[in-house]
Design a protein around this ligand. Structure first.
Ligand code: SF4
Length: 336
């Protein structure tokens, strides 16, 4: 085992972090609520993209209580653009539980945290480190990469046994001279700025004195990527002069959000536009068809939404984007 408590490496990293730390609003307020919101938003989303959403969220929902009593529509509306809406719903449920069962105080024990909605091993560790400053290891992609490289770890990092080795190494790495919060913030920034997935800048790395990687760009060893699958879907915009007709989704991905209904096109149908977007390993080509209601009566499961309310209701990004793409077509035909 390489000695991560190497005093020069430790001091190098702390000195480096003092100069190079990234400024994020969630690093200005370490309340459990604020840290939890940031960790939910940061799952699957880049930190820079999260900043405006985080600031707006804290403005509208400054604490557990204000979030707990908010209607779900408002919660989902504020989450629009971040995707993966189950995170918003879990955060909403979490707030209700924290208010009703924990007197507004998030627990710090891992066993308790992982019983709560939306909190897995990683988020529990991140909350313990960043909110409560307790020793734990938020083993994200940055930390996995850094630890695998320092140890020249040649096994796949996917099995839980490998993660356990790297987790234990991370736990042993926390030095006495600084707090877990600062230590892991420094490592995460090192992963984002220096120990990059491709072409790490080893010549500028404060941990080069202990790093054993021979060919760092090949580490960590990862399982093969899953194949990308392309999907074609057809969706309709039903509209008249006053309304767009939308479906309230009860599907697993967009449950509770308003979506464009699917459609079986006839051979004579021509899409007015095609919107391309990606979800996980799926590339979706969404063909969009216009359905003015004077020619195409809307199905009963659709609800008329006044144009003036469209910006206030939660729509998944691909569907909102499709409406924006087709706005001029809809406007020109609704005036006829
Ligand atoms: S020396 Fe290079 S590979 Fe090793 S931790 Fe630093 S940047 Fe990463």
């Amino acid at each position: 085992m390489i000695d991560f408590q190497h005093p020069i490496a430790t001091q190098n990293l702390i000195n480096w972090f003092q100069v190079n730390n990234r400024k994020f609003p969630w690093r200005e307020n370490f309340s459990p609520y604020s840290v939890t919101v940031s960790e939910f938003m940061l799952q699957q989303t880049r930190a820079e993209a999260v900043v405006p959403y985080f600031l707006q969220w804290l403005n509208v929902f400054p604490d557990w209580n204000s979030l707990a009593i908010a209607p779900e529509t408002k919660v989902l509306s504020l989450w629009q653009g971040l995707g993966y809406y189950n995170r918003a719903k879990s955060l909403h449920n979490l707030a209700k539980i924290i208010v009703s069962n924990f007197s507004n105080c998030l627990p710090s024990e891992k066993d308790q945290l992982i019983q709560l909605p939306g909190i897995g091993q990683y988020t529990a560790a991140a909350i313990r480190v960043f909110a409560f400053n307790l020793p734990d290891v938020p083993l994200d992609a940055n930390l996995l990469r850094i630890f695998a490289r320092i140890l020249n770890f040649q096994q796949s990092i996917n099995p839980s046994s490998a993660k356990k080795i790297l987790y234990n190494y991370g736990l042993a790495s926390i030095p006495n001279i600084t707090s877990p919060r600062i230590w892991f913030s420094a490592l995460m920034d090192l992963g984002s700025l220096i120990c990059l997935p491709q072409n790490p800048i080893c010549s500028a790395c404060p941990l080069s004195v202990i790093c054993q990687a021979q060919t760092p760009s090949r580490l960590p060893v990862k399982p093969k990527r899953k194949q990308i699958i392309t999907i074609l879907e057809h969706r309709a915009i039903y509209f008249n002069k006053q309304h767009i007709f939308l479906q309230k989704s009860d599907g697993p991905r967009w449950n509770g959000l308003w979506i464009l209904p699917t459609l079986e096109p006839t051979p004579s149908d021509t899409p007015v536009a095609t919107h391309r977007y990606s979800i996980t390993r799926f590339h979706v080509n969404m063909n969009i068809y216009l359905r003015p209601t004077h020619n195409f009566p809307p199905p009963k499961f659709l609800s008329p939404i006044p144009y003036s309310l469209l910006s206030n209701i939660p729509l998944p990004s691909p569907h909102r984007k499709s409406l924006e793409i087709c706005k001029n077509f809809v406007l020109s035909q609704s005036l006829q």
